[in-house]
Design a protein around this ligand. Structure first.
Ligand code: SF4
Length: 315
């Protein structure tokens, strides 16, 4: 089948099976165009928790489909078109490593970014996303130690903004860590009228905040989650935006604001895992209802606690 036929078959099967297609901002544009909802990990977690559809096809990486399975109602089934779509960041810490770390800080509160396996979530007190990490950390009493994992750049940014000292796991995402602050400094000289949108997982985000505060940047960058980037671009008067995160985000930005210009901070910020979801894999997964991701009890209930606490804080 060619792309046109695949798209029409996916639409037909989706209606026939009353399936919900969810897609992350980083997956291929053609997949985003077929989705009922496109968003960041927080938005996707919320949608999967709210919906009554019994079949959800989660077009993103494996740990995100796991999160949906943890939040799923009793009869819902979560499919992930490619079970090999991993995440270099979530793989930096396992459940056993977290157990060992907790032994070193027995009274600490564990805050885990959602880019973690269900095993790690089950050992955590709270989950967070880049969109709500500040609120989650601020909600924890001042006298408590915090173990923040697994992203060291997000952790450093949260620490900088909240002023809260935390123990931070030295994990990183290979895509975001590849962007040095010097690249942003150079781009600011070339695109002096543009707004700079930087994801807090970027290696440059905390350095950029520091450089901005000591007057070493031409302008202050906006440190935003992917959903925050879309909202910011919609209300900003700027005509041009330099975007520092996985390049898939350019698709929804260009689609919703065709008159504005979006420039990637680096063309090489491409996550090969997110791009593993193709039209053919989506079609086959939906047709055969295969590649189900299912988190079993007691892991499910333990992991759910940390996710629900995050959703409660974020309102
Ligand atoms: S961009 Fe990085 S954090 Fe996001 S899924 Fe890919 S490897 Fe994981």
């Amino acid at each position: 089948m060619d792309s046109k036929e695949l798209i029409s078959e996916i639409k037909r099967l989706k209606n026939e099976k009353n399936a919900l297609i969810l897609a992350h901002n980083y997956v291929k544009g053609e997949i985003q165009d077929l989705a009922d909802y496109v968003g960041d990990s927080l938005g996707l977690s919320r949608k999967s928790a709210e919906t009554d559809n019994e079949l959800i096809v989660f077009c993103a990486v494996h740990f995100m489909a796991e999160t949906a399975s943890v939040l799923a109602k009793r009869r819902q089934r979560i499919l992930c078109p490619d079970l090999n779509a991993g995440c270099s960041l979530s793989e930096t810490i396992t459940g056993s490593q977290l157990k060992e770390w907790k032994k070193e800080h027995p009274d600490a509160i564990v805050v885990s970014y959602v880019n973690t396996s269900a095993e790690v979530k089950a050992e955590s007190d709270y989950c967070c996303t880049s969109g709500n990490a500040l609120n989650v950390v601020r909600s924890i009493p001042e006298d408590k130690d915090i173990l923040f994992l697994p992203d060291m750049f997000l952790g450093a940014w949260v620490q900088e903004v909240t002023g809260r000292k935390m123990h931070i796991w030295p994990g990183e995402c290979h895509v975001h860590a590849s962007l040095p602050p010097e690249r942003i400094q150079d781009l600011m000289k070339v695109h002096s009228d543009a707004d700079f949108l930087i994801h807090p997982e970027c290696g440059c985000s905390t350095s950029c905040m520091y450089l901005g505060s000591v007057g070493k940047l031409e302008k202050k960058p906006h440190i935003l989650s992917t959903a925050g980037m879309v909202k910011h671009a919609e209300k900003s008067n700027a005509e041009t935006f330099v975007v520092a995160t996985e390049t898939g985000i350019l698709h929804p930005l260009k689609k919703s604001l065709p008159k504005k210009e979006f420039i990637p901070a680096s063309d090489s910020m491409v996550c090969q895992y997110m791009k593993m979801v193709t039209l053919e894999k989506l079609y086959l997964s939906l047709r055969d209802e295969k590649h189900e991701v299912k988190v079993e009890e007691p892991l499910k209930s333990k992991a759910k606690k940390a996710i629900v606490r995050m959703l409660d804080i974020d309102g």
